[in-house]
Design a protein around this ligand. Structure first.
Ligand code: NAD
Length: 477
């Protein structure tokens, strides 16, 4: 099998450091790529740096046309794209299709935002001494962006770095996750069809030491990182003078408030929570990991939740109709197994569950989990859900906040006052009312507080992030 080429300054390249990519479900080789050598990395960074001024001056029409081309092509090739995501990542086809559709929308939004991104005028004559003065505030790219992405959304999280960079006219160097580079390389092949100046993008599969060298390179002043906390905070510490955005892990919670008692509401919540604690085998930073249930609802809710979880179909992710596939590796599944075993050894009960088979871990619901157990306190990143009882809504909010993370929370309520209290009280980047915390629309600001990160993605937020405002004061108007 020939290695799929990577992209150095917009042009295809390969190296002798060949890497096989394996299907997480059965270990079959699904593709091959190669690592960019230090020389190739140098060419990519030098090109990004030298094209930066030209890129910043590209007309919005040219940027938007390139972004529209990517969006349209991804839509035309959606089935192929989804199958590639499933092959390298192991997520069920239906979730891979959802990811491909989101990437289409991410690029389309970026094209629209590129056309709108204009800055603002500010009056300065509010002070009598400044009569006749006016400020023009425009945002200019900070410089080339380094985008580092994780394995769990191998296409759309790359899109969330590439699309806003191109929308503002910033060159970008992408470093995809080692287990899942193929979707990013496919994206590279579509970008190569556009009229963008060649130095504007590179897609470089590299080992982590070469990635660390990219982080340290002063010619890439912006680092947009999505991945785990230790790596992310390590990057921020290594380059405190750079503009670093961190999109990190979570242990997202949902709360069933006291008013969420109609039987059809409980059915909906059970279905949504079962689905979104197990989608992508729980490998999403906003998968539901903790559920807090008002105590008077627990007897009605728990059997519904268990039935919904038992209704999920586990198996080969390439089979239509499969809900839960493997984790990214057998090691990852073993870790999840050991965390569940630890919780059970310290008193937790398994309400639904089963045995691990290779990289596949069955959807699991735990009750009676003692505080401090890893499945409650840390990011499980697997198909495991902890259910806890709370005495009132305020106790639910406090329980959600009792976490080292703060990405998103889901609050099942129809009470407007409760919704506003949740919005004000919860220490997270997003509160989803009437649904699970796992909802994300690609245009909305997205990110976390505490251990979940620094800064926000989402098209407009990332475009703000990749640029800085520069003021021009006009006098004598
Ligand atoms: P990871 O931290 O292991 O790897 C992320 C990326 O960083 C990979 O491309 C990896 O090769 C690279 N990397 C590792 N060491 C590096 C170094 N020293 N310098 C530069 N780059 C380095 O994360 P992962 O296992 O791929 O992804 C799972 C994590 O990502 C979870 O914690 C999950 O919650 C988080 N995540 C967060 C979001 C979000 O938007 N907040 C979205 C998806 C995933």
């Amino acid at each position: 099998m020939e290695p799929t080429p990577f992209y150095v300054a917009g042009r295809q390249d390969v190296s002798d450091e060949v890497v096989d990519i394996r299907h997480p479900f059965d270990g079959a080789a699904v593709g091959r790529t190669s690592y960019a050598t230090p020389d190739q990395v140098e060419r990519a960074v030098a090109a990004a740096s030298s094209v930066a001024a030209e890129a910043a001056a590209l007309p919005a029409a040219a940027r938007a046309a390139a972004l529209d081309h990517v969006s349209r092509t991804l839509a035309e090739r959606a089935d192929e794209v989804a199958r590639l995501i499933t092959a390298e990542n192991g997520k069920p086809l239906k979730w891979a299709r959802a990811e491909a559709a989101r990437a289409v929308s991410t690029f389309r939004w970026a094209a629209e935002e590129a056309r709108r991104f204009s800055g603002e005028l500010q009056r300065l004559d509010t002070d009598p001494a400044a009569a006749g003065r006016m400020a023009v505030v425009r945002r200019f790219p900070r410089g080339p962006v380094l985008g580092i992405s994780p394995f769990n959304f191998p296409l759309n999280l790359v899109a969330h770095k590439v699309a806003p960079a191109l929308a503002v006219g910033a060159p970008i160097v992408v470093k995809p996750a080692p287990a899942t580079p193929l979707s990013a390389l496919l994206l590279g092949s579509i970008l190569a069809e556009t009229d963008l100046p060649p130095g504007m993008f590179s897609v470089l599969p590299v080992p982590n030491d070469r990635a660390a060298a990219l982080v340290a390179d002063p010619r890439l002043p912006v680092v947009s990182f999505t991945g785990s906390g230790p790596v992310g905070f390590g990057i921020r510490e290594a380059v405190p003078h750079k503009h670093v955005t961190l999109e990190l892990g979570g242990n997202a919670a949902a709360l069933l408030c006291s008013d969420w008692s109609a039987l059809e509401d409980l059915d909906w919540a059970a279905q949504r929570i079962a689905t979104f604690s197990n989608y992508q085998a729980g490998q999403s930073c906003i998968a539901v990991q903790r559920v807090y249930v008002h105590e008077w609802l627990e007897d009605a809710f728990l059997p519904r939740l268990i039935a919904a979880v038992e209704g999920l179909k586990t198996g080969d992710p390439a089979d239509e109709g499969v809900d839960v596939g493997p984790l990214i590796s057998e090691d990852a599944a073993r870790r999840v197994e050991s965390w569940v075993d630890e919780a059970v050894a310290s008193g937790a009960t398994i309400a639904v569950g089963g045995r691990r088979e290779g990289a596949t871990y069955p959807p699991t619901v735990l009750t009676g989990v003692p505080a401090g157990a890893k499945v409650l306190a840390e990011e499980v990143f697997g198909p495991v859900l902890v259910v806890e009882r709370v005495t009132d809504d305020a106790a639910g909010f406090a329980a959600i906040n009792d976490s080292a993370f703060g990405l998103q929370a889901g609050v099942f309520t129809r009470n407007l006052q409760t919704a506003f209290t949740a919005h004000r009280t919860l220490q997270v980047g997003g509160v989803i009312i009437g649904d699970v915390p796992s909802y994300r629309a690609d245009q909305m600001p997205y990110g976390g507080v505490k251990g979940s990160g620094v800064g926000r993605e989402g098209l407009r937020s990332a475009m703000d992030d990749y640029t800085e405002p520069r003021v021009m004061v006009l006098t004598g108007l």
